[in-house]
Design a binder for this molecule. Sequence first.
Ligand SMILES: Nc1nc2c(ncn2[C@@H]2O[C@H](COP(=O)(O)OP(=O)(O)OP(=O)(O)O)[C@@H](O)[C@H]2O)c(=O)[nH]1
Ligand SMILES: [Mg+2]
Length: 365
Amino acid sequence: MKFIDEATIKVYAGDGGNGVATFRREKYEPMGGPNGGDGGRGGSVIMLADRNINTLVDYRYTRTFKAQRGENGSGSDCYGKGGDDMVLRVPVGTTISDKATGQPMVDLNTDGQQVMIANGGKGGLGNIHFKTSTNRSPRQCTKGDPGEAFELYLELKVLADVGLLGMPNAGKSTFIRSVSAAKPKVADYPFTTLHPNLGVVRVDSNRSFVIADVPGLIEGAAEGAGLGHQFLRHLQRTSLLLHLVDIAPFDEAVDPVQEAKAIVNELKKYDQELYDKPRWLVLNKIDMLPDSAEKVAEFVQAYGWQGRVFAISAISGIGCKELTYAIMDHIDQARVQREADATVVQTAAQPDQAQPVQSQPVIEQ
Ligand SMILES: Nc1nc2c(ncn2[C@@H]2O[C@H](COP(=O)(O)OP(=O)(O)OP(=O)(O)O)[C@@H](O)[C@H]2O)c(=O)[nH]1
Ligand SMILES: [Mg+2]
């Protein structure tokens, strides 16, 4: 199935049904009072995150969604039936924003999470509501309110703990195949991977993380070279980036240091926040180098890299286990940190219930 990660759709909630003005007319009661019922409520549009859906492809072709209108009221005090809600299922990880203002509306990041995005209009009032002591036969009734309508921008950002960044052919898909059960296509030509693939890496029975393999990035991606850089959105939710570099390029004219720098530059152009995320250098294909330790040291020196560095062979598995354990530790720490941050936010939001100073969590900057 085609992988689509953005779509623009129009949603219309149903209008409320109209109230009516009718009067009771029966055999011995020719002048009965008002009995016009209210209109029914219009159906609303609801967005629901469903883990069985992986792409926004359904919203590429059908772009307009209308919930049902409420029925009009009728005589004999009959209220109109409410319109059915329309439920739109989207993949978990979809963010929704108002296309007109660019304002984010909701981030559906858990399975089963749902939100009413456009509210159905209220039904109009029938003439029974307008009866007073001085006006016993009101002819007023009101129309139903219009339902809300929005043009929405849907963007899918996959949920993963770790993202892979690198040139085409760096070995990203080979790595994810070697450490997880995911089996993305691997081939010796660039841009084999055209859309993100997720793999679950299980380091022991109850510790695991999700890794995202994305297409290769090349210099000039911001200007549209290669597959462009829009797919980098799938790295935005991760807490760690692995920058995979082919340290033994087939073509001798290729300088891996220059290429690595170019990619990081593209990352920065796409999103400063992504650039600031923790990033580790992973030098791949060391099986091709008899003097790999030396080459790795040379690379790190020439690149001027200060952070963590790993040397692996994705194809033979050398160094992969150590790398996955290090990632797991990092992710565990990141989770603890997130929980601590959440506690601080909560404490700050409730100044009246401030905790004694010594029991507040310590946050490292
Ligand atoms: N010798 C060797 N070859 C590798 C290694 N890892 C990947 N390769 C080869 O490199 C080529 C590209 O691998 P992929 O995993 O498809 O690379 P990719 O980064 O996913 O590439 P794109 O999807 O095009 O961005 C394939 O021919 C792999 O067999 C490795 O550790 N050693
Ligand atoms: Mg690939």
